[in-house]
Design a protein around this ligand. Structure first.
Ligand code: VIB
Length: 233
């Protein structure tokens, strides 16, 4: 029987102290900048239906196409290039390899399993939010390390936050594509990854710098990306 995964609560300062975003830290401040869009994103219809195994297959397929197109956004490469310390470059490279081995494999597997042809993939236009999001990330390319760190942290933290809902509720999805998408964004390794990004935000970002606006904008784009899953013909 499908259980209803509870909605995430309104964000509060200190929620992610356990991952390094202590109340009053730069990362915590970023987290609290745009709580309306944050909640709407992680409690979106798409996430609810995925976590409750009630997502129409057509919506899942459309999302998989959209997100695979989004996923190759060049952010990891830019971060690795700009990282100020070798140990940070190594951490990022290791994570990039993990994504290649796990997330890329997920997309390839399920795109095949749901009979999405190369032609359908190629001919599907990006949704407005996806296009805008990709262009926005492109526009950040030359804005420097702190901005890129804030952007990556936001993008991954939002994903951890929606996936955490089901882990907190001890609900395991029965549909492999749903469980697989959760498993890619929750668990020891993904938490450590987001924790590393939070630490970098605390070290390099400023609440008064352009990074804060980037974080705020990205949360909004994440919300719209999910919403666009339902505006496909
Ligand atoms: C809309 C959207 N936002 C965030 C993620 C999470 N995410 C973004 S890039 C990446 C891997 C590194 O390139 C991961 C896990 C997603 N999949 N789709």
């Amino acid at each position: 029987m499908t259980k209803n995964v509870p909605l995430a609560k309104q964000p509060a300062s200190g929620d992610y102290a356990w991952l390094g975003a202590e109340a009053g830290s730069v990362a915590d401040h970023m987290y609290m900048l745009n709580t309306e869009d944050w909640v709407e994103a992680i409690n979106s219809r798409f996430v609810n239906e995925l976590l409750n195994d009630e997502l129409p297959e057509e919506v899942l397929k459309a999302y998989l196409i959209q997100d695979f197109k989004f996923y190759d956004n060049g952010m990891m490469g830019r971060l690795i290039k700009l990282a100020p310390r070798q140990e940070t470059k190594d951490m990022l490279s290791k994570q990039a390899q993990w994504f290649e081995d796990n997330e890329t494999t997920y997309f390839e597997h399920f795109i095949k399993a749901y009979n999405i042809s190369q032609q359908e993939y190629d001919e599907t236009e990006q949704t407005p939010a996806n296009k805008e999001y990709g262009e926005y990330l492109e526009s950040l390319a030359d804005k420097g390390w702190p901005v890129l760190v804030a952007a990556m942290c936001c993008m991954e933290w939002v994903y951890l936050a929606w996936a955490k809902r089901t882990v907190d509720a001890s609900v395991v999805q029965q549909i492999p594509a749903h469980k697989g998408w959760v498993d890619l964004h929750e668990g020891e390794l993904f938490r450590a990854w987001v924790g590393n990004l939070i630490a970098l935000v605390n070290e390099y970002c400023s609440v008064n710098g352009p990074e804060a606006e980037v974080f705020r904008t990205m949360v909004h784009l994440e919300r719209r990306f999910f919403e666009d899953s339902y505006q496909l013909d």
